[in-house]
Design a protein around this ligand. Sequence first.
Ligand code: GLA
Length: 733
Amino acid sequence: MSTIIFDTATNLFYLQTEKSSYVMMLQKGAYLMHLYWGRQIPVDDITWSCEPPYRRWSRIVDPEPESDFYTSEYWPFEYPVYGSSDFRPPAIEIENLQGYSLCDLKYRSHSIYRGKGSLQGLPSLGEYQQDRATTLEIVLYDAIMEIDVVLFYSVFDQSDVLCRHSEICNKGDDPVIIRKALSSSIDMKHGNLQMIQFSGTALRERYPVKRALAYGTTSVESTRGISSHIQNPCTLFTRGSADEFQGEAYGQNLMYSGNFIASAHIDQYDSARIQLGLNPFNFSWLLASLNVFTTPETILVYSDQGTNGVSQEFHHALTALLPPGSTRVAERLIGLNTWEACYFDISHLKLMQLAEKAKEAGIELITLDDGWFGRRNDDHSSLGDWNVNKHKFPKGLNAVSEELHQMGLKFGLWLEPEMVSPESDFYNEHPDWCLHIPGRKRTQWRYQLVLDLSKNEVCDYLIEMVSEILRTSGVDYVKWDMNRRLTEVGNELGSSVGQREISHRYILGLYRLLDTLVKRFPNVCFENCASGGGRYDAGMLYYLPQAWPSDNTDPSSRMKILYGSTFGYPLSNFRSHVTDSPNHQLGRRHSLQFREHVATCGILGYELDITKLDQQEIDVIQEHNCWYKQYRSIIQNGVFYRLEDPFIGNKAAFQVVSQDKKTTIFWFFRYRAEPEEAYFQIKLCGLDPAEHYKCLETGRCYHAKTLMNLGLTLPWVNHDDLSVRWTFSRLDD
Ligand code: GLA
């Protein structure tokens, strides 16, 4: 049972999730210290000897905060500041009009209540699951700066996540400048911690990289205005020999889609300070008198079941604790996307030809990708001119939608609303609506500029523009794209502080835009895309229930991207398409079966000219679609395991277990044959240990313990592209 307690005798704040504990202490009623985060400590034993965590006894001159001989360097702070005697990275930096930035945060009050509030303009967990949440608010203050900092913590029934964020309130008469305001900071014993980050670039997003932490700061960040392909706001920490299946693992993820920093600092006494939040680089915020600044929310997970344990909690939280719209819970549709099928060379006729074959193959949704509007025959023009291209679609989009609906298919549409092409009518009308620095060159990327979503009038315009398209074209599905990073982050409204607010204001504008649209069109399913996985983060997932994780559709790359992505994000967010062989990005050839097997581990779709396939191939596709329709709700809602790491050797294996443990699906991929290979034996996880399971494809029955302890022996073939997808059903009688 998740709970939060304050014990007046010991001055301890005790937060309990289903399996973990998080403990803070008020040092002499003044400073808030972090004591513990890890495997559960019994709540009825709250007087456990929580010795103050002196880190170096000889140097603790005086533990009395009011004493002249008090020093903060040796203490584990819950929300640290810089300026007196703690020289580690602070969580917050505020500057007053005189230019002083010392802040000394002391305890004022706290409250504990059932439920959880929303974050002003920002996504957060559990807003719609109030009956599952318990929240703690701790108010800290600095009397001279006249600042209150409120720390928020929430835990949820039947969950192991803990959410944190803070609010900074200016109680004085003068404005102050926020230079840094992180969402979370946790001091813990170093004890052989490693950090796992998810790094890459477009076409190889979220490859896991594990680093041992050493003295100093280890960090990943984004300064691109989007969470980015290069680094991801999700990071994990493992202790000692912990691996995917056992040992202590910690996860932190930020519900934010812009510039972030995730870091771990190891100090001279082997303490780790793990932090996450808005990137202070090129950021500041002018906080007027009586105003409040809210940080994004950090999601924290501890597991003693290794990194799979952490991931499963993230998966649960990023489905069950998000807004419960019908498109979030609906079964994911099998789609066909026109992009790799015909790129810009699309027309009404071509779309209908694709649709006809798609229908025959059991596909349910046709998504009209780029190229349907303005003079868009390549990527040089027309973003902003969102009117249908009458040469390609003479009868308009509504006719497309009607015809598709008559065939029993859904209609999806690609949009990239945040962008403008300099070669467009829209740009000529609103040259100042893009991010720019007056007098400077406007850097183009893919021949386009970014609209300034920090401006209310731009967001208001986009809300109405997208609404009009959705209202008039009968669209069931939107692929929301964003194909560049932010440069010249500025506008003509310049003030020295205001310009450094724009990156964050951009994200607040984006969230307002998305929030309004998804609420206005609750039956339209939105998919998040940013040149593939450039904004694959929990903030976007709050608004848009699924994502296009990469523009790399090569199946042997895809399994690596899937592997890395699932550390932080659920399978229900991961769209995967069967595309041409040879593959358009890497030129590799893979059998249709191999491509299908990879794409069914996620949200299945197609992105190829299906009219060019022969009947035998259509039959194969039909068969896989049939299988997928039967099992997709388990794939979407089951418990997911990474069994084999595709970055080691030439194979990958994944498994999903249904919540009732009656069904499990197992995928194995060995994409490159090696000489004299031994048989592969892979152990399954998460089955009911007392039961037998039957493999529906081979007809063989196994005891669950055999599957979990000895494992499955995979078939051997002397060529590339060995893949299996086996479905096991529990024998209940
Ligand atoms: C981006 C997307 C692709 C496709 C193109 C269209 O690159 O990631 O899937 O939609 O834009 O221009």
